[in-house]
Design a protein around this ligand. Structure first.
Ligand code: CA
Length: 226
């Protein structure tokens, strides 16, 4: 039985979500504030978190950063903010998926199920080695020449996806679809920003690339520089 922590200050919505998820067999903990939510996430180590962005004590994006500092638990954001910019900021802050209010509880349950399925299949994936780079999807550990790389969850996902497709040019559109789960929306700039962060962590630059090679106008590929 998968455990879910719902952080949502609207009691009516929270109870509705909790009831529907409980009927589907989930173990549900509800929290009405960001700090209560964080406390329950630390205490219960849930399998998935549902997070409202408009909370009374802290902005949801701030809470998401705090959650990401302690755990890689999948987070589905429920937001009333449909503007593209907010959605991108949310996903950059480490959300795995999002729902724009108003949404049906069936939609919510489908997203929760999808992120759980992804995280389960993720943990079964084999370790990937490319040159001096090692990525372990199960433990989400990344190392470069034996030294640990401190990657954000999205940076890890992006690097893993590229490493799994070593030598193949992947378009930014495809990365938005596969890594950010946004086949239609989102900005390709998100990909550019994450690639530049990854480059910095891998100790390389666009002008002097080793692992991450940009193919102008097409996309990016990960290569073995050794
Ligand atoms: Ca709210």
């Amino acid at each position: 039985m998968a455990a879910v922590v719902i952080t949502e200050d609207d009691q009516r919505i929270r109870e509705l979500m909790a009831r529907v998820l409980a009927e589907k067999g989930y173990e549900v903990e509800g929290a009405g504030t960001a700090l209560d939510g964080l406390q329950r996430i630390v205490q219960y180590s849930p399998d998935v978190v549902v997070l409202d962005m408009g909370l009374p004590d802290l902005d949801g994006a701030e809470l998401l950063k705090m959650i990401r500092a302690v755990t890689d638990v999948p987070v589905v954001v429920a937001t009333a903010r449909s503007e593209d910019r907010d959605v991108i900021l949310t996903l950059d802050a480490g959300a795995d998926d999002y729902l724009v209010k108003p949404f049906s509880v069936e939609q919510l349950e489908a997203r929760v199920r999808a992120v759980l399925r992804r995280s389960a299949s993720e943990s079964m994936k084999p370790v990937v080695n490319v040159g001096g780079l090692m990525l372990d999807p199960g433990s989400r550990i990344a190392t470069l020449e034996g030294s640990s790389l401190q990657l954000s969850p999205k940076e890890f996902d992006l690097l893993l996806y590229l490493a799994e497709h070593e030598g193949t040019v992947i378009s930014k559109r495809q990365l938005m679809a596969e890594v950010w789960r946004q086949p239609y929306g989102g900005s390709e700039k998100t990909v550019d920003v994450h690639i530049s962060w990854l480059r910095k962590k891998l100790g390389e630059s666009a002008a002097d690339s080793r692992y991450l090679e940009t193919v102008y106008g097409v996309g990016v590929k990960l290569v073995d520089p050794t």
